[in-house]
Design a protein around this ligand. Structure first.
Ligand code: MG
Length: 492
């Protein structure tokens, strides 16, 4: 029975190739239509699940901590859309950024490389400022430039912070479209209101005019000072518009909110609504925007073929009392190489692709570069070291993550290394007036982060074999490391 059917299919496919004439009999036409229908179903099923090129949306918060979302345990901030994304997709509990402050962390995400390799970290300056001369080097390949090779439409919406001069802006780094504030929302300080007084218990009355930051569309300043009261809503709305306008081709949206970086602003509909105060208002507005983006993807029939990621650039900025976020059970925050500085929420949503679950394997924002390049069928550059690995086996099938280690750089010094469950601190240092002074540890301090996520109990004496392995990893890394030219230090 089997072979005659094969024979018919073969004959019909040959006939199809020869362009069948009108003389083809009616029963044969029915059979052909049936087989073609069967074929097209099989084909579209395969496309949806493995072959077609997915859309990517990365939503990147600023200074949001590991403990700030409902799904990561915050008791009063309401984040129902992010919680649902985590429930329907994957919630990663050991997901890291490439650096604990804005500029190098963003460079790491977009290039898949440690910032020390491309000069986006510096021994002299932690981030770029409005009077900085430079930005991301032109020879770096961004994720947007990668995806352009496969015909993606690309948009950067929000905070850039990889150089504000025209040659460094998103539109010169692979993005078709840019709408946003090109650096941190606390720069260009001109007014009397100053969030720095919050650290001493003082001034809370900050208005948008206190920070004269520009808002750009592509390369043109369209508003200054940017109205930060409405900026979160406008960023989310821009993302929704871009998705709707580009629904017929593959797209990549990099939505990097300026908030909840201090100074905090929320629009009328959210102001005063959260039990967590202004910080909660801001997060609930960001969450609302996430809901709008997910709804747009569903409305346009794109949900099955889109992957949405939510994470943050670094941990919470802790000195500013209730205006800073929370790292939950993790130690310290922004600027440090303790876990609170560099471990972040990592949520992956994609109902047609991502296999739901809670993932405790290691992942990094740098891996998005490699993972999404591979999913789009674009080779990762082989003329440079790329630190990202492909997380697809974990995202799609719950396979083991190929990432085995995390390197914790602070500026241009390697402070700590995580290998599997273990983390060795070679150097520890306080930050923003908190958490002590710089100390070099020899032998290093060692924690088991699976058993001791808050980094409380030094077990170095019990595990010399682990320290040996970590030392070997460090030696191998340093022997091949070529530092990029410092792009952060020079000012005008
Ligand atoms: Mg930040």
């Amino acid at each position: 029975m089997f072979f005659p059917i094969l024979d018919i299919i073969l004959k019909l496919s040959i006939e199809k190739k020869l362009k069948m004439t009108k003389r083809t009999s009616l029963p044969r036409l029915y059979l052909l239509a049936f087989l073609l229908l069967l074929g097209s179903h099989t084909h579209s099923y395969g496309q949806k699940n493995s072959k077609s090129t997915p859309n990517f949306v990365i939503i990147f918060a600023d200074d949001l901590g590991y403990g700030d979302l409902g799904t990561y345990g915050h008791p009063t901030i309401r984040t129902p859309h992010l919680d649902r994304m985590a429930y329907e997709g994957q919630k990663w509990t050991n997901f890291y950024v490439g650096a604990s402050v804005c500029t190098p962390s963003r460079a790491a995400l977009l290039t898949g490389r440690l910032p020390i390799r491309n000069g986006m970290s510096s021994s002299k300056s932690r981030v770029l400022f409005p009077n900085s001369k430079n930005g991301l080097p032109a020879n770096e390949v961004t994720l947007a430039e990668q995806l352009k090779k496969a015909g993606y439409s690309t948009a950067c919406i929000g905070k850039w912070h990889l150089g504000h001069k025209e040659q460094y802006l998103p539109t010169n780094n692979g993005f078709d479209y840019y709408f946003g504030i090109p650096y941190s929302n606390d720069m260009d300080h001109v007014g009397k209101g100053n969030y720095k007084k919050l650290a001493k218990g003082g001034q809370k009355s900050i208005i948008k005019e206190d920070y004269n930051v520009p808002l750009l569309r592509n390369t043109e300043v369209i508003e200054r000072p940017a109205n930060q009261n409405t900026i979160t809503r406008r960023y989310s709305d821009e993302a929704v518009s871009f998705i709707k306008e580009n629904k017929d081709k593959p797209f990549f949206v990099y939505l990097a909110h300026n908030l909840p970086h201090i100074p905090l602003f929320a629009s009328k509909d959210f102001l005063g609504k959260s039990k967590r105060g202004l910080y909660g208002d801001v997060l609930e507005e960001i969450d609302n925007g996430v809901g709008k983006i997910i709804a747009a993807l569903k409305d346009e029939g794109l949900a099955e073929n889109t992957i949405v990621v939510f994470t943050s650039d670094n941990g919470p900025w802790l000195p500013f009392k209730t205006h800073g976020g929370s790292a939950g059970l993790l130690r310290a925050g922004k600027g440090s190489t303790w876990e609170g500085g560099m471990r972040e929420p990592g949520i992956f949503w994609g109902p047609g692709k991502i296999k739901p679950g809670v993932i405790s394997d290691l992942g990094s924002t740098m891996d998005l570069f490699t993972t999404f390049s591979n999913m789009a069928g674009i080779p990762v550059p082989d003329d440079r070291v790329v630190d990202g690995v492909d997380l697809s086996p974990t995202l799609l099938e719950h396979g083991a993550s190929p990432r085995e280690s995390i390197l914790y750089y602070r500026q241009n010094e390697l402070y700590a290394v995580r290998l599997g469950d273990f983390k060795a601190h070679f150097i520890t240092n306080g930050v923003y007036g908190q958490f002590g002074k710089k100390e070099i540890h020899n032998p290093p301090i060692l924690y088991n982060l699976s058993e001791d996520p808050s980094e409380q109990f030094d077990i170095a004496e019990d595990h010399p074999e682990v320290l040996t392995k970590i030392n070997e990893l460090v030696a191998a890394h340093k022997s091949k490391l070529i530092k990029g030219k410092d792009m952060l230090a020079e000012r005008e």
